[in-house]
Structure formats: C-alpha cells, structure tokens
Design a protein around this ligand. Structure first.
Ligand code: ZN
Length: 187
C-alpha cells in the first residue's frame, strides 16, 4: 500500500474511533485535533518515517478508545493488520495501562520512557509539547495553577528520558516548556 493511502487510512481510523470525544479544555475541541497536531509537529520537525507519522495519528486509540482487555486485543489486531507491526508496537509503547492508578501511570512514564524505541521517544516528546501548548491555549477546565505547573514538571521529566534523537524537537520542547512555565508563573 502507498504510504499516502496508509496515512489517510490511519487518519480516518483515528477520527472514527475518537468521534465522540473532545479535549479537556473549555473550547471542547474535537479529540482528533490532538493526534493530528502531534503528527504535524513531527512532520514539521523533519520526521518523514511513515510508520512514525501513522503511529502519531493512532497514538491514543488504544489508550482512550478501548474499555477492556478484549477491546485492546481487537484494536491491536486491526492496527497490526492495517498498519503493520512497527505501528502497533509504537502505539502500545506509548499507551498507559489504565488499570493502574493515575499517579503510578505517571511514575511509570518517567521510568519507562528512556527504554522506549526511537519512534516512541520522538512521539512522546511531540505529545508532551502539544499537551503543554494546550495548557496555554485551551487548558483543561478546573485545573488550578498548581496542577498545571506539576503537569509541566512531570512532562519535563518524561521528555528528558526521550531526548537525543531530534535536536530541533528537543529544543522546541524546552522553548515551549519555558514559555508556558513563565506565563503560568506570572499569571
Ligand atoms: Zn496524546
């Protein structure tokens, strides 16, 4: 299959799976805007591996559109069949285990990120950049300042374990982090 066809297929699949979801912010932005932004960011920073771009488009499908082990298995099989092993592995690498408490999932992201594949590491950094930008542009409703600051701090710890593969992307993370941190501190 041509890469373009595969990329459009991934976009359509993600849009279908996220169709009833919105981001956490007051603007109620359709959820699919988020994976599209992550994929575009990677593309803008010179990443042209189709498996990485497709993984970015699909990165929240397992974590956010399945309810149990069976659905995770079904979804994984679809991803494997349509998009191949590289994509499935990358998506699973960046998916949290939702059976664990949130704090434990956050701790595990810090611990596991340095052990991830190159694709998953780049995807992690791009994901964190987009989420930090959302804290500035369309913050989750009811998040007090302290929660936003600790989200930034946690993101930085995760990103630290993922850097070293795309210098410009690493640099952009620091730039976005500093910008939003300063903005929050002065708010
Ligand atoms: Zn994400």
């Amino acid at each position: 299959m041509y890469d373009q066809t595969k990329i459009i297929d991934a976009l359509a699949f993600a849009a279908h799976r996220h169709k009833n979801q919105t981001r956490k912010g007051a603007d109620k932005i359709p959820y699919i805007n988020h994976p599209v932004k992550v994929a575009k960011l990677l593309s803008d920073f010179g990443e042209d591996d189709p498996d990485l771009i497709i993984s970015a488009l699909l990165h929240d499908v397992v974590e956010d559109t399945t309810k149990n082990e069976e659905e995770i298995r079904e979804t994984s099989n679809i991803i494997l069949e349509k998009f191949g092993e590289n994509v499935l592995l990358t998506v699973l690498e960046v998916s949290d285990n939702k059976n664990l408490p949130v704090e434990e999932r956050k701790r595990l992201q810090i611990v596991h990120t340095p052990l991830l594949s190159d694709r998953a590491k780049k995807l992690k950094i791009a994901d964190k950049i987009c989420n930090i930008l959302d804290i500035k542009n369309d913050p989750p409703e009811n998040w007090p300042l302290q929660r936003k600051l600790s989200y930034l701090d946690w993101s930085k710890q995760v990103a630290n374990g993922a850097k070293g593969l795309n210098k410009k992307l690493d640099h952009y993370f620091v730039q976005v982090y500093n910008e939003v941190y300063t903005l929050l501190k002065n708010s």
